[in-house]
Ligand binder design. Structure first.
Ligand SMILES: O=P(O)(O)OC[C@H]1O[C@H](OP(=O)(O)OP(=O)(O)O)[C@H](O)[C@@H]1O
Ligand SMILES: [Mg+2]
Length: 179
């Protein structure tokens, strides 16, 4: 698995330091508000687990599974809801936890959905942002790292469902997805 990685972009230590910072920031932003924190599966599962341990104020959690990439390195543009929330979002302060914003299609779809369900507020925290990939206008409220234009894997992010268990963020060798 490590042999398929061309370059480590962000180490495990750098990821953890940034997540601690984001947790502290979110703890002060959401103090006294009991937000509903939503993990966008599958990609965000590791970030969600590490982030919520760094949030020191009361929160509720829920999970939603969506997919738009399948086994490709470009978004299909069709955001499929594979698992919906268990919780009603009406009147809630919602914080969406994402691993990466690339084209922006997944989040623009989700934000519209949650606003239509009458959430009181909808904000986004993303660990990674790849601005070069955008096809719709979309910015997170809180961002960990801005990434260059490369297909990355690890720390929850996959290529064809593999590499999610790497503890760092790496660039996949192009020959892996062009072969
Ligand atoms: O900004 P976008 O171009 O929409 O890309 C970002 C989304 O794509 C990935 O999910 P994917 O659809 O691959 O599902 P997964 O989380 O199960 O890997 C990633 O986890 C984000 O949710
Ligand atoms: Mg994926």
């Amino acid at each position: 698995m490590q042999n398929d990685i061309q370059e480590v972009l962000i180490s495990e230590e750098e990821l953890q330091a940034k997540i601690k910072e984001l947790g502290e920031l979110l703890s002060s932003e959401y103090a006294g508000r009991d937000p509903l924190v939503i993990c966008v599966l599958k990609g965000a599962f590791i970030f969600m687990a590490d982030l919520v341990k760094r949030i020191t104020v009361p929160i509720e959690l829920d999970f939603m599974a969506v997919s738009s990439y399948g086994a490709a390195t470009k978004s299909s543009g069709i955001v499929k809801i594979i698992k919906d929330l268990d919780t009603t979002v009406e009147g809630r302060d919602v914080l969406i936890v994402e691993d990466i914003i690339d084209s922006g299609l997944t989040l623009s779809h989700l934000i519209e959905l949650l606003k239509n369900r009458n959430a009181n507020s909808v904000k986004v925290v993303t660990l990674f942002d790849k601005p070069s990939g955008r096809s719709v206008n979309m910015e997170a409220d809180y961002t960990g790292f801005v990434l260059p234009d490369a297909f990355v894997v690890g720390y929850g992010l996959d290529y064809a469902e593999h590499y999610r268990n790497l503890p760092y963020i790496g660039v996949l060798k192009p020959e892996i997805y062009t072969k």
